[in-house]
Structures are given as C-alpha cells and as structure tokens.
Design a protein around this ligand. Structure first.
Ligand code: ZN
Ligand code: ZN
Length: 280
C-alpha cells in the first residue's frame, strides 16, 4: 500500500487530533501532488511523447534520460512532503488567527483581491532570484542546490526536484507573505497553479514559444524554457524565475540567451537547410 493511501486510511480510522492532522496532511499532499502530476504529465506527455518527432528541431540542448526522470520524480515527491508539512504549519497559524487566509473574496476589497496575485508573483520572483543566487554559493551548491542541477537537460518532472532544504526555502515564500498581508484562498490556489504550470514548462527542454518571443518588447520580459535551460546547462547566469528583469538589472543574463533561443526556434525547414549546407 502506498504511504499516502495508508495515511488516508489511518486518518479516517484513528480518533483524536492526530486524525485531523493526518487528514490535513493527506488532503494537502494530494492537492499539491495533483497540480504537480497534472502539469508535469500534460507538458511532458505533449512535448516529450506526442510531439517528440515534430519538435526534435526545437530541443534546446538534449532530451533528458530515464534516469533523470526517475531522480526528478523521487525528489519531487520528497518536496511534496516538505510543502505538505509546511502547509500543515500554515493551517495551524491560520486556525490560531496569526495568519489570515480569507474565504469571502471581497472581505479586503476588490482592489486587494485583484492586486494580490500579481504582487505575490512579483514578490516570489524577487525572493527566488536572491535565494537562488545564495544557493549558488560554493557550500550551498555542493550540499543543497546541486540536486536540482543534476538535471543538465531537465524534464517537466524536475519542477519540484529539490533537496529538502531547498524545498523548504522555496516554499517559505507563502508563509512570509502571510506574515505581512491577508490573502484570499482562491488567490493562493491561483498562485500555486501558476507556479507549477510555469515551473514544469520552464523545465521542458524543448522551446515551445514562438520565434521572436524572447526579443519581443513584452514576451522578452518573461523567462522562457530556453532561459532556464541554459541555467541548467551551465549553472551560471539566468537565475530568474518568472521574469527576466532581475537578471538584466544585475547583469546575470547569459550573453548567449538570444542566440540559443533563436536557434531553438528556427523553423524546421531552415534548420535542415543550414545543417545540410554545413554537411555539404
Ligand atoms: Zn530548474
Ligand atoms: Zn541554480
């Protein structure tokens, strides 16, 4: 019997506070697990299985191996356990009135409801950039962040492939937010869904965005799969999560980013011709 199934059965059969804690743990694990499973499965299924041949010319560096997938899924399950434990702690702080996760959407006004999601995403981008730079210091890279970098050509399953200590650092963005402001429960759910979809997409190893996107005045502000893939390839530069501005402001964007994006998005006909002319 799998662990979560065993926990569900125990949670539903044992009395007392442990029953509620286990129940919360199981429900939260399945909730976050479902987002991870669905996002990674759909993006991997479409880009790495269904369209594998058609997108072969759009592979950025190379396809991930089976061993990569196994390691990424194992570490992602471990990360889900860390997130779940943290969620149980957040819930305890919400129940005790220290954090406010409100149900009524308009309780703090329409403006806050609409602004809180983009503000959380911007704050997450800032928080990730600096903690990520810290994780690239020698000791932390060797002992913690190196786990994520074992995938030189990551797959969408690498979205949560972190050392447990890094999983904790990354997940702390939500409780730190809740220390400062109240957040609506649907905004929190949208934040989680946005982060897992873009995270799985950023590790796709295949550039699925249109040609010219990285050089577009608006598109160029978003981190693409190529952007993050180059970070995995080299472990230097391109530390950003959702937007490119932090890397540009602090001079850490890789100089070969545009060239590699263009290469990955060159139409098949043209890339065949150029390969043909090189061979010829
Ligand atoms: Zn990554
Ligand atoms: Zn890194």
């Amino acid at each position: 019997m799998t662990a979560w199934l065993h926990d569900t059965v125990t949670a539903l059969t044992s009395p007392g506070p442990w029953r509620s804690f286990r129940h919360v743990f199981v429900v939260s694990f399945l909730d976050d697990g479902k987002y991870y499973l669905l996002s990674a499965l759909v993006i991997w299924g479409v880009l790495h299985v269904l369209l594998k041949q058609r997108l072969a010319h759009r592979v950025i560096g190379g396809w991930p191996t089976r061993a990569d997938l196994r390691r990424e899924i194992t570490y992602s399950i471990s990360t889900l356990c860390v997130i779940t434990a943290l969620n149980a702690g957040i819930l305890a702080l919400v129940v005790s009135g220290i954090f406010e996760v409100y149900e009524q959407p308009l309780k703090h006004g329409l403006a806050w409801l609409l602004l809180s999601l983009p503000l959380m995403i911007l704050w997450h981008d800032f928080y990730f950039y600096w903690t990520h730079r810290l994780l690239h210091t020698r000791w932390l890279f060797r002992h913690v962040h190196g786990v994520h970098h074992r995938s030189r050509n990551p797959s969408p399953w690498a979205a949560f492939s972190f050392h447990p200590a890094e999983a904790l650092v990354n997940s702390m963005v939500v409780p730190i937010t809740l220390i400062a402001v109240p957040i609506n429960e649907y905004v929190l759910a949208a934040f989680a869904i946005h982060q897992i979809i873009r995270n799985a997409h950023g590790h796709a190893a295949v550039e699925s965005l249109p040609r010219g996107f990285a050089r577009h005045w608006l598109g160029g502000r978003f981190v693409t799969t190529t952007h993050h893939h180059l970070h995995h390839e080299t472990a230097q530069g391109n530390y950003g999560l959702w937007f490119t501005w932090m890397d540009r402001w602090f001079g850490t964007e890789r100089p070969d980013y545009f060239e590699r994006f263009d290469k990955a998005t060159t139409p098949r006909q043209q890339s065949h011709t150029s390969i043909g002319s090189k061979l010829g």
